[in-house]
Design a protein around this ligand. Structure first.
Ligand code: HEM
Length: 411
């Protein structure tokens, strides 16, 4: 068994506190990740009572190993810093597959996957291209603008909104509701953030519960209609599972993809040679999106609980203990990627952890990839010159990494 000396624990905990609470460190978390990876790659934190893994192999093991799974413990720990008494934070409903373990998770995921298929997603490609072109027309007329506001947010909301069948006039309000709900995903969230997350979750649940009731009376051929009718033999989704699934698909489907577009564009703007290469050879499109996901992941951390005693890299993890996997750190592990801090769209063999790994691997990955590929293909084909301030403001969150705004001028 490996032990870590007190000095290292102090230093690693200082780094964690800065990551969890200092917006300046969060704006560029990679040096802090590097320090953790080097000095305490599997670290038991005294700041929050949990383990933190930063190496690619260790994070991959935790995410894939069936001895690790989901529990209420993560929400309790994330919420406890904001409460006098420990309290569970409702990140997503307990009927959401995101919070389940097998066999419940297996059953629910396979029911949902029957309707939310890669083929259904791929069929959207022409419609997504048309939506992107429409937004690019507006940007061209204005000579530029805030890409986050005009493209990165509205596009994923429109795509998932169309797919699910959420009325257009209802979509815009969810920008702030989903952002509030995501506040509960942050370690050491404040009491205010957690209260706002709770209100936002309730609003989403109520909204989708009544939309489902409406669709039961007037059947539709969108994804909500499909999920209402989905069956496996005599098995089907219960009402609570249906609401939880639709909330999850809707919410997970845009905050993350919004940030893929913003984080990807800032990476290209900061690495002009790579932007030029992608512009002159669009066949790099798929690889470029994978590199964007690796290099500036929209999801920076994930968590699992040891369901039984387990060992990670020589450290004994007691059953019931939470392990945070810092995906953004794992994606830049020099033992996995050569020159990991270099943004290189020609990189081969990328298997980033930005969509996690194992049984909870992102169900929306094909959709996120499709949107990313179409956006960058159309944007670069349309505008030979894209200029921007390459020191934009990052949002203060750590779990979900994204830009507050990204002003560009286009010609
Ligand atoms: C760049 C965009 C995206 C990123 C980085 C991302 C990331 C992730 C990650 C890290 C997980 C695992 C969470 C965990 O282990 O607890 C996950 C799960 C999930 N994601 Fe995504 N996601 C993205 C886009 C989407 C989209 C577009 C959708 C759907 C429309 C979606 C739906 C889901 C669902 C349903 C799960 C739960 C899977 C399960 O628990 O089995 N995601 N995503």
């Amino acid at each position: 068994m490996t032990t870590t000396d007190d000095q290292t624990i102090g230093t690693a905990d200082d780094v964690l506190v800065s990551l969890f609470s200092d917006p300046a460190v969060r704006a560029d978390p990679y040096p802090a990740y590097g320090q953790l990876r080097e000095t305490a790659p599997v670290h038991h934190s005294a700041v929050l009572p949990l383990w933190v893994a930063t190496r690619y192999d260790d994070c991959g093991t935790v995410l894939r190993d069936p001895r690790f799974g989901k529990s209420e413990e993560v929400q309790r720990i994330f919420g406890s810093s904001a409460q006098s008494a420990d309290r569970e934070v409702p990140i997503f409903s307990r009927y959401s597959m995101l919070r389940m373990n097998p066999p419940d998770h297996t059953r629910m995921r396979s029911l949902v996957a029957r309707e939310f298929t890669p083929r259904r997603v791929e069929e959207l490609r022409p419609a997504v291209a048309a939506m992107v072109d429409e937004v690019l027309d507006e940007l061209a007329d204005a000579g530029g603008g805030d890409v986050m506001d005009v493209l990165a947010f509205p596009l994923p909301v429109r795509v998932i909104g169309e797919l699910l069948g959420v009325p257009i006039e209802d979509r815009e309000q969810f920008r702030w509701i989903v952002r509030d709900a995501a506040g509960a995903l942050e370690p050491m969230a404040s009491a205010e953030t957690i209260a706002a997350a709770e209100t936002a979750s309730n609003t989403m649940n109520d909204y989708f519960r009544s939309l489902i009731a409406e669709r039961r009376n007037r059947p539709s051929d969108d994804l909500i209609g499909g999920l209402i009718g989905v069956r496996d033999g005599s098995d089907r989704l219960s009402e609570d599972e249906l609401v939880a699934t639709i909330v999850l698909l809707f919410a997970a489907g845009f905050e993350t993809t919004t940030n893929l577009i913003g984080n990807g564009l800032i990476s290209l703007l900061r690495n002009r040679d790579q932007m030029q290469m992608l512009r002159s050879d669009p066949t790099y499109g798929h690889g470029a999106v994978e590199e964007m996901l690796r290099y500036e992941s929209s999801v920076q951390l994930d968590a699992r609980t040891a369901l039984e005693d387990a060992d990670i890299a020589g450290h004994h993890i007691d059953a019931g203990r939470v392990v945070l996997t810092l995906l953004g750190a794992a994606n830049r592990d020099p033992d996995r990627y050569q020159d990991p801090d270099r943004f290189d769209i020609t990189r081969t063999g990328i298997q980033h952890l930005s969509f996690a790994a194992g049984i909870h691997y992102c169900l929306g990955a094909p959709l996120a990839r499709l949107e990313g590929e179409v956006v960058f293909e159309r944007l670069l084909a349309r505008f030979p010159t894209i200029d921007a301030d390459t020191t934009p403001v990052w949002r203060p969150s750590l779990t979900l990494r994204g830009l507050e705004a990204l002003q560009v001028s286009l010609r």
